[in-house]
Design a protein around this ligand. Structure first.
Ligand code: NAP
Length: 310
């Protein structure tokens, strides 16, 4: 669906991104009566649809990421928020939103909820083997590695949580971290220690991904102290080495910090009145589903009061 064919020119609220932040903003905005458009260039749900289980969203003990995404989407669009495919190239100070198909929409308020994208390892063999053993989504691709050996790079929450998921399918999971400590929360670390299928290689960095007949066959690792190298044979490699913000479309606005995250005030508003940001894309400490929802609600509610002058 080309967004431009269906969209009108003017909305009260244009939300870019349909992850938890964008969908919460849509729920609050449309429920308050704002004419709301959600633009998304992928599937609704954001990172939720790449997450196996969510067990820290209050009130829901445990839920599959895809299910929570569906539920949020259904609720967000149940108050007449419009949802359209839209690949946004640029937002300007007048709150005009320029899409890659040439269409332009204007919002009295804009909420940028574009989240983050997976950081690459940037080593030989990574891009060439994407889809042939290298994957950034355990939930999407894990089943291809049933009873095979896989390697996960990184020691954050994402790497460890997805390793536990992969251990349910694969023969073995090897986690490679560059320090001798994890970055992930303690309780996830304990689950890693207790899982017999998971082993950890510490103080090593990946240097190249090896392949045979067009498929991943292993990974070469280098010891950060001794610089000795070793090869770990595997069929799948899952890099989880962090995220970078999706902020290309606001590069010209002067609203980003030095790492590319959006700077906002307590109302989730940037220094440009009417341009807000919410969720993982903003400069903050805690990136969680619940904090993304929080940001989206705050931004939409403030936009509502500003637009209505109340
Ligand atoms: P992260 O917390 O930034 O962790 C990235 C990991 O990759 C770190 O262990 C880091 O090592 C390692 N790393 C970075 N660059 C590397 C490189 N070039 N080579 C090898 N290793 C490298 O990223 P994340 O796990 O994607 O999490 C992102 C955010 O989402 C975090 O705020 C996280 O808490 C949140 N999150 C929360 C949950 C949850 O609450 N359940 C789940 C997923 C994500 P160092 O530690 O040595 O820097």
């Amino acid at each position: 669906m080309q967004g431009g064919l269906h969209m009108e020119r003017q909305y009260d609220l244009v939300i870019i991104g349909a992850g938890p932040a964008g969908l919460s903003a849509a729920l609050y905005g449309s429920r308050a009566g704002l004419k709301t458009l959600i633009l998304e260039n992928g599937a609704p749900g954001g990172k939720l649809i790449k997450t196996n289980k969510i067990s820290n969203y209050p009130g829901v003990k445990e839920i599959e990421g895809t299910q929570l995404a569906m539920d949020m989407f259904d609720q967000a669009t149940s108050f007449q928020a419009e949802y359209a495919y839209g690949d946004v190239n640029k937002i300007d100070e007048n709150k005009d939103v320029y899409l890659s198909d040439g269409s332009v929409v204007n919002g009295k308020a804009i909420i940028l909820a574009t989240g983050t994208k997976e950081r690459l390892l940037n080593i030989p063999g990574e891009k060439e083997n994407l889809g042939h053993g290298v994957s950034f989504c355990a939930v999407c691709d894990g089943a291809f590695f049933r009873d095979k050996d896989v390697v996960v790079i990184g020691g954050g929450n994402s790497a460890l949580e997805e390793s536990i998921y992969l251990a349910g399918l694969a023969r073995s999971v090897t986690i490679v971290i560059r320090r001798d400590v994890f970055r992930a929360e303690e309780h996830i670390q304990s689950q890693i220690e207790e899982n017999e299928k998971i082993r950890v290689i510490k103080k090593h960095i990946p240097v190249q991904i090896l392949s045979l007949e067009g498929k991943v066959s292993g990974i070469e690792l280098e010891n950060v102290d001794t610089h000795e190298t070793q090869i770990v044979e595997c069929s799948g490699i899952f890099p989880y080495v962090g995220q970078d913000p999706n902020t290309d479309c606001v590069q010209g606005l002067g609203v980003l910090n030095e790492r590319g995250y959006v700077l906002v005030d307590a109302n989730c508003q940037t220094k440009i009145p009417g341009i807000y940001a919410a969720g993982d894309v903003i400069d903050k400490e805690l990136r969680q589903v619940v904090t993304a929802c929080n940001d989206g609600a705050i931004a939409a509610q403030h936009a509502f009061h500003t637009i209505k002058g109340i």
